[in-house]
Design a protein around this ligand. Structure first.
Ligand code: SF4
Length: 294
């Protein structure tokens, strides 16, 4: 068997919960690639790998892995692959890895928008069960500022569309995205957004300033100032206070970027999560600004 060229795998990104999954890179880059805080695929020309190349990579991974329980399709929004081609890939995966129980991928707003409900249903029926969606905020103003390319209503509708056809959805939001500006509208709108969409999983990340991003350039010019750690905690608290759901949501704020580790199920753990933040706020006076520059 020919060993495929895997050099593009040297710069892979995946959600933390896919740490033990086989990462299969079916696209390179992100078809949107415009979010002001995101450096993941800057300078990378988006394209979809040829099917023969993807097949060769699947065959190669089969020869190296005895048992593959989960597969994550990379890169930034692999759901953008045209439906027929994506289904061809999924069928091949199922044939080569019959033991695989879960296939997941990132889904950008555009990738969800371009597909009809029928197409999404076919994709789900052919194996993808979980979509990771970076919503970042429920605020129209913030979404516009960070160049997400959608309004809050449009983004919420897309998440509901994915849920309607049966996908599990894992949606992330960013605190500190406004820097030291007033976070209240962002936090309240984000809580309301989560209440409307009721994703299966909600993750809160803190903004990390990274080179090659618009936000970083603004920071260099002095136009963006990082949020204070205390404000970050208050922002998370305000988001949680505004989440009112009836379906179960697994809530996590335990990414490496976060100031506090929070885990719980909503709605039942809402009070406890808020109490944990209050304890932290009382215990610590996070006076110094903490931002990780990568
Ligand atoms: S859609 Fe995701 S991967 Fe693409 S630029 Fe935005 S945050 Fe980055």
């Amino acid at each position: 068997m020919l060993v495929p060229d895997l050099t593009s795998y040297s710069n892979l990104y995946r959600p933390p919960s896919e740490a033990f999954s086989l990462i299969l890179q079916i696209t390179i880059g992100c078809s949107h690639n415009k979010c002001s805080f995101c450096s993941m695929y800057k300078g990378v020309q988006f394209h979809i790998k040829p099917f023969e190349q993807i097949k060769a990579e699947i065959d190669y991974f089969r020869s190296r892995a005895k048992y593959v329980n989960r597969i994550f399709l990379a890169d930034g929004d692999a759901l953008i692959v045209p439906t027929e081609k994506l289904i061809e890939i999924l069928k091949y995966i199922k044939n080569i890895f019959p033991e695989c129980e879960r296939i997941s991928t990132y889904a950008s707003p555009k990738s969800l928008e371009l597909k009809s409900e029928d197409e999404l249903k076919k994709i789900k029926d052919n194996g993808i069960s979980l979509l990771y969606i970076g919503a970042e905020s429920g605020s129209d103003e913030v979404l516009k500022n960070i160049n997400k390319g959608v309004t809050s209503k449009e983004l919420g509708d897309l998440i509901l569309k994915a849920k309607k056809v049966g996908f599990k959805t894992s949606v992330t939001f960013i605190v500190g995205i406004l820097g030291e500006k007033d976070f209240r509208e962002h936090a309240v709108a984000t809580g309301n957004f989560i209440s409307r969409c009721e994703p299966d999983y909600v993750g809160i990340l803190s903004l990390m300033l990274e080179e090659n991003t618009t936000i970083y350039q603004e920071w260099l010019k002095g136009n963006f100032k990082e949020a204070d750690g205390i404000d970050i905690l208050k922002e998370i608290k305000l988001i949680i206070e505004n989440i009112n759901v009836t379906s179960n949501i697994i809530f996590r704020s335990n990414h490496a970027s976060n100031y506090i580790n929070l885990k719980g199920n909503l709605p039942e753990d809402k009070k406890r999560l808020i109490q944990e933040i209050d304890i932290s706020l009382n215990k610590h006076s996070l006076k110094e600004k903490k931002y990780r520059l990568l």
